[in-house]
Design a protein around this ligand. Structure first.
Ligand SMILES: NC(=O)c1ccc[n+]([C@@H]2O[C@H](COP(=O)([O-])OP(=O)(O)OC[C@H]3O[C@@H](n4cnc5c(N)ncnc54)[C@H](O)[C@@H]3O)[C@@H](O)[C@H]2O)c1
Length: 282
């Protein structure tokens, strides 16, 4: 399948990163959001992130203009052209909002178009059921998208081999490294990362070591670029708890129980960087 026109739905952190990455590989990107202000902000962010790449000597200002022109802001999915080949959904992490959106997109977008979701934790099989089950899979990018090389391609129960192959091929064209993952809670990335962060919080909670020392062990001892508590602050403590709960409910296994300190900090409004305080102050 020849994929040229991409619709990215949701122009937040991930949506604007995904649009940015596709614009640099000769795709036409329709970037959709429900509010004009979010679209304006997304284009501003993409432009300043591209300026950073220009400073690194990656491309010229003239090339930047060509990239930006290939991103078309759209204020409602109903205004998308007929010819969309691939949808990448990156709206808020809310199952009913995503199902409602896919139901609607299924009615307005041509039946050959492949639908994907960038969800971090919602079942791809369940989302697929709400629209076109065989032409649906997960496309889980990492933040910041233009820099991070990985894409987890999540096969739902009904994802066809053709759909998987096409999405894998597009990820390679995008310059990413795709990995094949089956649809189980947390996929691979969050199933391993978030329990590690949760264990670091238990280690702090039990007084084994201070936050700085826990992070130092993982940075200097394991060569991780960021310690787990620093990373939790970066991701957002509320997001970490939501994913722990998805793992706990999905596997019904007590090894995924969220640390009580994580819950208490969220109740106190300490969500990490976005609230200016988590395990560290910002
Ligand atoms: N932030 C991350 O590090 C990260 C990493 C991987 C995956 N994800 C996943 O990516 C998705 C988006 O996350 P984010 O951090 O970019 O969120 P965000 O809150 O920054 O952006 C979401 C955007 O979606 C828009 N939106 C909401 N409902 C919409 C609708 N019905 N139609 C069009 N636009 C709509 C909002 O206006 C907002 O601009 C989530 O599913 C999240 O789990 C996030």
């Amino acid at each position: 399948m020849n994929i040229k026109n991409i619709a990215v739905i949701g122009a937040g952190t991930m949506g604007n990163g995904i649009a940015h990455a596709f614009s640099q590989k000769n795709f036409i990107v329709y970037l959709v959001d429900s509010e004009q202000a979010y679209l304006d902000n997304a284009i501003k962010n993409i432009s300043s992130n591209m300026d950073r790449q220009i400073k690194k000597g990656l491309f010229s200002t003239a090339q930047k203009e060509i990239y930006l022109q290939s991103i078309k802001p759209v204020m409602d999915a109903h205004n998308l052209p007929e010819s969309i080949d691939l949808v990448i959904e990156a709206i808020i992490e809310n199952k009913s909002a995503k199902i409602e959106l896919f139901n609607e997109l299924d009615k307005i977008i041509n039946p050959n178009c492949i639908f994907t979701s960038n969800t971090s934790s919602i079942s791809i099989t369940e989302l697929a059921k709400s629209s076109r089950p065989d032409k649906f899979c997960g496309m889980h990018f990492m933040n910041p998208v233009p820099i991070m090389e990985l894409v987890e391609i999540i096969r739902g129960y009904t994802t066809s081999q053709d759909t998987f192959n096409t999405v894998k091929e597009i990820s390679i064209q995008l310059g990413k490294t795709p990995v094949e993952v089956y649809d189980y809670p947390g996929f691979v990335s969050n199933r391993i990362l978030i329990p590690m962060i949760n264990e670091a919080i238990f280690t702090l909670h039990e007084g084994v070591a201070s936050a700085v020392d826990i992070d130092t062990v993982m940075k200097l001892g394991m060569n991780h670029p960021m310690g787990p508590l620093e990373l939790a602050d970066f991701i957002g403590l509320d997001v970490c708890l939501d994913i722990m709960n998805v793992l706990y409910e999905g596997f019904k296994d007590s090894k995924y129980r969220p640390c009580p300190l994580l819950v208490k900090m969220i109740n106190a409004g300490k969500l990490g960087r976005k609230s200016k305080e988590g395990f560290y102050k910002y």
